[in-house]
Design a protein around this ligand. Structure first.
Ligand SMILES: [Zn+2]
Ligand SMILES: [Zn+2]
Length: 393
C-alpha cells in the first residue's frame, strides 16, 4: 500500500517538474502573475466595485487634503472677513463720510440712515451665521423623519440631511460647508447666511458708489498713483528734481509781463506725498477695489443661492435633483422637486415668515433671531398626503 501511495504522489511532482521545465522562465512568470492576480482579486473583490468607486478611492487623498485645509483655514478666513470689513467701515467713517458731508447734507442723511441699517444687518447676520449651529440629527428619529442611516456617523440620517466631512458630523438640510463662516450652512443658519450674502452685497455696492468720486480723483491722478506705487524712491526724487529744473527754466525764459501774469515764483509739481496724503490715497484705492471685488464675487454667489432658494433646493439637492431629472427624462417622466412650493412660498419658508405674526418688515429688514418653522428632521413635501391641495399654488 505504502509503495502504491509513494508512486502515486511522486508522479504529479515529476509531471510538474517536467511541465515547468517545458514552460521555461517566461511561462513560470506568467503563472506567478496569474496567481498574483487571483490572490489580489480574491482579496479585493466587492460586488459594488465600479469605475466611479475606483475614482473615488483614488481621489481620497486629494479630498482629505482639501478637507483638512478647509478646516484649519476656517478661523483664519473668519478673521480675514472681520479685518477687511473693519477697515472698510473705518475708512468709510474717517474719509468717505466727512467728504460727503462737505458735498451735501442730503447725501449725509442717506449715509446715516441707509449706511447704518446695512451695517447693522451685515454684522448681525454674519455673527449669527458663524455662531449658530446648523442643526444635527437627534440620536433617535421617529419614522416620519427617517431617511436612512449615515455610513460615517452610524446614526439616523433624516430626509435632506447630509454628512459634512469637514465638520465630521451630519447636518440637517445641509447646503454646503462655508470656510468664510467656518461653519456648515444648514437648517438653522441658512436664513442668516442668505441674508448676510444679500446685505453684504448691498453694502459693498453702496460703498463702491459712495467712494467713487474720491477714487476717481485719487486713482486717475497720475502723480498720486505714481507716488503711492514708488514711494520715496530715487525715481520719484529724480522726477521732482527734473520738474524743479524745468520750472526754473520756464521762469528764466519769461519776460517780466509773463512773470507778473503767471505769478512768480511758479511752484514746481511735487513728486513726494506727505505720509497722510499717501495713506489717504491708499485707503481710498483699497476701499474701492475691495468693495467692487466683493460686489462681483459675493453678488454672483448671492444670485446663485437666491436661485436655489427660489427653486426650493439646497446646493447638494440641486445636484441630486439634476441627476434625477436627467434619469427620469429618459423614461419620459417629468421630475418635480418635492420641496418646491413655488418661488414666493419657498422664500417665505427660508425666511421663516410663513408663520403667523411674522412679517417681512420686522423679521427680514431688521435683525431677528426667530427659528425656522420646521425642526429640520420632519419634513412635509408635495408627496405628504393632504398637503398638496393646501400648499401648492
Ligand atoms: Zn453623518
Ligand atoms: Zn461642515
Amino acid at each position: 500500500m505504502t509503495s502504491t501511495y509513494d508512486l502515486s504522489s511522486a508522479e504529479p511532482e515529476m509531471m510538474k517538474e517536467n511541465t515547468s521545465r517545458r514552460m521555461g522562465i517566461g511561462g513560470r512568470l506568467r503563472e506567478y502573475w496569474l496567481a498574483f492576480k487571483l490572490v489580489f482579486r480574491s482579496l479585493t473583490y466587492n460586488s459594488f466595485t465600479s469605475s466611479s468607486m475606483a475614482i473615488d478611492i483614488a481621489m481620497e487623498p486629494v479630498i482629505w487634503t482639501v478637507e483638512h485645509i478647509t478646516k484649519y483655514m476656517g478661523p483664519m478666513m473668519v478673521g480675514m472677513v472681520i479685518l477687511l470689513t473693519t477697515f472698510v467701515v473705518v475708512i468709510m467713517y474717517l474719509i468717505v463720510l466727512p467728504e460727503s458731508m462737505v458735498r451735501s447734507s442730503y447725501e449725509l442723511w442717506i449715509h446715516l440712515i441707509f449706511g447704518q441699517w446695512v451695517m447693522v444687518n451685515i454684522l448681525f447676520h454674519y455673527y449669527k451665521s458663524v455662531t449658530t449651529k446648523p442643526g444635527h440629527p437627534p440620536p433617535v428619529v421617529s419614522e416620519t423623519g427617517a431617511g436612512g442611516i449615515c455610513k460615517k456617523c452610524i446614526g439616523p440620517k433624516p430626509l435632506r440631511t447630509h454628512h459634512c466631512s469637514v465638520c465630521r458630523t451630519c447636518i440637517l438640510k445641509m447646503d454646503h460647508h462655508c470656510p468664510w463662516i467656518n461653519n456648515c450652512v444648514g437648517h438653522f443658519n441658512h436664513r442668516y447666511f442668505m441674508l448676510f450674502c444679500i446685505y453684504m452685497s448691498i453694502g459693498c455696492i453702496y460703498v463702491t458708489i459712495s467712494v467713487w468720486p474720491q477714487f476717481r480723483d485719487e486713482f486717475f491722478d497720475a502723480r498720486k498713483t505714481f507716488e503711492s506705487l514708488f514711494g520715496d524712491s530715487i525715481f520719484a526724487r529724480s522726477m521732482e528734481i527734473y520738474n524743479q529744473a524745468k520750472a526754473a527754466d520756464t521762469i528764466r525764459n519769461m519776460n517780466e509781463t509773463e512773470l507778473v501774469k503767471n505769478g512768480a515764483p511758479l511752484i514746481p509739481p511735487k513728486y513726494t506725498l506727505s505720509f497722510s496724503e499717501s495713506m489717504h490715497h491708499k485707503a481710498v484705492v483699497y476701499e474701492f477695489f475691495v468693495c467692487s471685488g466683493v460686489t462681483i464675487a459675493l453678488g454672483g454667489l448671492s444670485i446663485w443661492h437666491a436661485r436655489l432658494v427660489s427653486r426650493g433646493e439646497t446646493s447638494i439637492e440641486k445636484h441630486i435633483n439634476d441627476e434625477e431629472r436627467k434619469r427620469l427624462s429618459k423614461l419620459k417622466i417629468v421630475y418635480k422637486n418635492p420641496y418646491d412650493f413655488g418661488v414666493r412660498k419657498n422664500w417665505e419658508i427660508l425666511l421663516g415668515i410663513n408663520v403667523r405674526h411674522r412679517s417681512f418688515i420686522r423679521h427680514v429688514l431688521f435683525p431677528s433671531s426667530h427659528l425656522p418653522e420646521r425642526d429640520g428632521v420632519h419634513w412635509i413635501n408635495q408627496l405628504t398626503p393632504g398637503y398638496v391641495a393646501k400648499s401648492v399654488p
